[in-house]
Structures are given as C-alpha cells and as structure tokens.
Design a protein around this ligand. Structure first.
Ligand SMILES: Cc1cc2nc3c(=O)[nH]c(=O)nc-3n(C[C@H](O)[C@H](O)[C@H](O)COP(=O)(O)O)c2cc1C
Length: 203
C-alpha cells in the first residue's frame, strides 16, 4: 500500500470489535516500532504489550475519570453512563503501553532536554501506521492516570510513560468522529517555505 494511503487510512477508532488481534500482526507492529529512528540510536523505548483480561481490566481502571461534559461533547464514546464517569478504554483487545527508560536516552548538551519523549513518540507513530496497514484500527491515548498506571503495572522507577496505543479491529458500527478528527487545516496554515509568515517575525 502506498504510504499516503496508509497515512490517510489511519483514523482514530474508539469502538473496537471484541476480537483478539492475531499474534503475527502484533509482532509486525512491534517490528515496525523497532526500526524507528531514535537519538544516537539509543532505543530507550519500552513497550508493554497488554492483551490479557487481567491487564485490560487494569487499563480500564487507570483510564477512568470523573464526569466532564467537555470530553463527552467531543467524543461521546468516553461516557460511562452506568457509573456517571468518563472512561477512555473503548473496549480495546490490545493495548501497547509506551514508555521510555530515562537512563537510556540522549541528553541535548545545550538544553539538557532528554530525547526520551520524542524517541518513544516516533516509535508509537510507526506502530500506529503499521497497524493501519494491517487493517487494524487504533487510538493514541495520553489521558490516563500515570501514577495509577505505574502502580497497577508495577513499572520500574526509571520508566517514564508516554502514551498508550489501543489497537484492534473497528466495531461493525464504528464511524469516524467528524467533530474531533477528519478535518485538517490547509497546508498554508501550518507549513511555510523559507520564512515565517509575514507579521509573525521576531523583531
Ligand atoms: C498526542 C495525542 C494525544 C491523544 N490523546 C487522546 C486521548 O487521551 N483520548 C482519546 O480518545 N484520543 C486521544 N487522541 C486522539 C486525537 O483526538 C485524534 O488523533 C485527533 O482528534 C485526530 O483524529 P484522527 O486521529 O481520526 O485523525 C490523541 C492523539 C494524540 C496525537
């Protein structure tokens, strides 16, 4: 499949079919992440593959928050009506918990900034696109309770969580979210050839 086709095929899925993801497909997704570039090739990413009922129940627990109208208006799938809460689990059969090892990152000599977040983000992006190329749906999750996740998953102290990818086959009645996703700004609002746009220059 042409890269642009994969790129456009990937849309956020927040309703998954209750069907497991095949081991071969999981392996391919992890392999795509493995070939990502990382600063000085440090490969600090640490990916926890969660696909047992026990672990998915933990994800459900650390993705649960108090009711907030703002999120329900954006994506109604997050409303847990029976408990009057928000839940960002969406019934995913496979969760890739993406972290990085703080001791394995490159540090920018001038700014002192660690490459970990960027490295792990690139890895997650590669995995998401590979999932799309395998006809799987996915969603990037940033909103989870990091401390609860640390304790429930027994993460080592030096692992810094970055995001989760939920992956699975879209539910039969899944429809892309037109309120939140789908639209993109025209290129001329985000990309500029050779100079910042007039009126935005530093003076
Ligand atoms: C950094 C980042 C954080 C995100 N966090 C969440 C999240 O916590 N929960 C969620 O349901 N979607 C989350 N998303 C999904 C975005 O809302 C979605 O990608 C965006 O609306 C564009 O839609 P599209 O992916 O269908 O193109 C996140 C996406 C990114 C890139």
């Amino acid at each position: 499949m042409d890269f642009m086709d994969v790129s456009k095929k990937r849309v956020t899925v927040r309703k998954f079919a209750q069907v497991p993801v095949e081991d071969e497909k999981i392996q391919k997704i992890l392999e795509a992440g493995r070939w990502s570039p990382t600063a000085v090739n440090g490969q600090p990413q640490r990916i926890l593959v969660l696909n047992t009922l026990e672990n998915l129940a933990k994800v459900r627990e650390f993705c649960s928050f108090g009711y907030d109208k703002k999120y329900v208006e954006l994506a109604e799938e997050c409303e847990d009506k029976s408990h009057g809460k928000l839940n960002f689990y969406y019934g995913a059969p496979l969760v890739l918990f993406v972290a990085y090892d703080k001791d394995a990152c490159w540090t920018h000599p001038q700014s002192g900034k660690s490459s970990g977040e960027t490295d792990a983000t690139i890895v997650a992006t590669h995995m998401m696109l590979e999932a799309a190329s395998l006809d799987l749906g996915s969603v990037w999750i940033s909103y989870f309770d990091e401390e609860k996740a640390r304790s429930l998953l027994k993460l080592p102290e030096n692992w810094q969580p970055v995001c989760m990818l939920y992956i699975g086959y879209p539910a039969e009645d899944f429809v892309p979210n037109t309120k939140l996703g789908c639209h993109r700004k025209p290129l001329n609002e985000t990309c500029f050839y050779n100079a910042v746009p007039a009126g935005k220059e530093e003076i």
